[in-house]
Design a protein around this ligand. Structure first.
Ligand code: ATP
Length: 207
């Protein structure tokens, strides 16, 4: 049979993007790890954002223009503490910083997607609905659990107090609003075996 050259070769269909989200301590990272075990690629938005603020020279320059040279230390590494203090009580500045970082993450994600070969890829982000990123996804998968369970898990994981976790939760989009927007939901109220089974069922049901 005649071999197809690059011009006659059929283009691979674009992978379907599934947005994976959940509030603090919901278990979205745990679900993401299961998804990877099942053989599907996961893009971790937060981790990538932390990398690209150090790797992307254009982004570095724009952040320095907004927040000053001190937003990077003498080794050229993003100074998270300095930036956090700078934007802590200045919502407009925080918004401006997000307006710089979020598009850079979006471009990085698009580049990542273009390299994937699986029919499904997952984008893990805490802000799927807040940033309306679900509109760019084929489906959205929400991980949720009862407030008390999430608080307890984060207290155990991070050594935070009940009130500290509760305060973070109060600043996030209410769970009932996320439930209305999600196309698939995993209820993570029991154990890890159950979580893995639910994840497996949902992931392999997506067509
Ligand atoms: P964050 O947004 O705070 O990063 P997350 O949604 O990514 O949280 P995970 O880190 O996956 O949540 O889970 C929170 C903690 O709860 C972790 O320590 C995880 O191991 C644990 N955990 C998650 N699900 C379960 C479960 N079903 N049973 C027991 N522990 C769990």
């Amino acid at each position: 049979m005649e071999e197809l050259n690059s011009e006659t070769k059929k283009a691979e269909p674009e992978p379907k993007i599934i947005g994976l989200t959940g509030g603090i301590g919901s278990g979205k990272t745990t679900v993401a790890r299961f998804i990877e075990e099942f053989g599907f690629p996961v893009y971790y938005s937060d981790d990538r954002a932390k990398t690209i603020v150090n790797d992307n020279e254009d982004l570095k320059r724009t952040i320095k223009e907004l927040l000053g040279e001190k937003s990077y230390d003498e080794k050229g590494i993003y100074d998270r503490k300095f930036v956090a203090e700078k934007v802590f009580n200045d919502n407009d500045l925080l918004q401006e910083l997000n307006n710089i970082i979020h598009p850079a993450v979006r471009i990085d994600f698009e580049e990542w997607v273009s390299k994937q070969t699986k029919y499904l890829v997952f984008k893990e982000t805490a802000l799927l609905f807040e940033l309306k990123l679900n509109k760019q996804c084929y489906k959205s998968l929400l991980v949720t659990a009862e407030d008390n369970i999430r608080i307890k898990r984060v207290m155990d994981r991070d050594g935070k107090t009940y009130r500290e976790v509760e305060t973070i939760m109060e600043r996030q989009m209410p769970e009932k609003d996320k439930i209305k927007l999600a196309s698939c939901i995993i209820y993570n109220n029991t154990n890890l075996e159950d979580l893995k089974l639910q994840t497996e069922r949902i992931v392999f049901e997506i067509e």
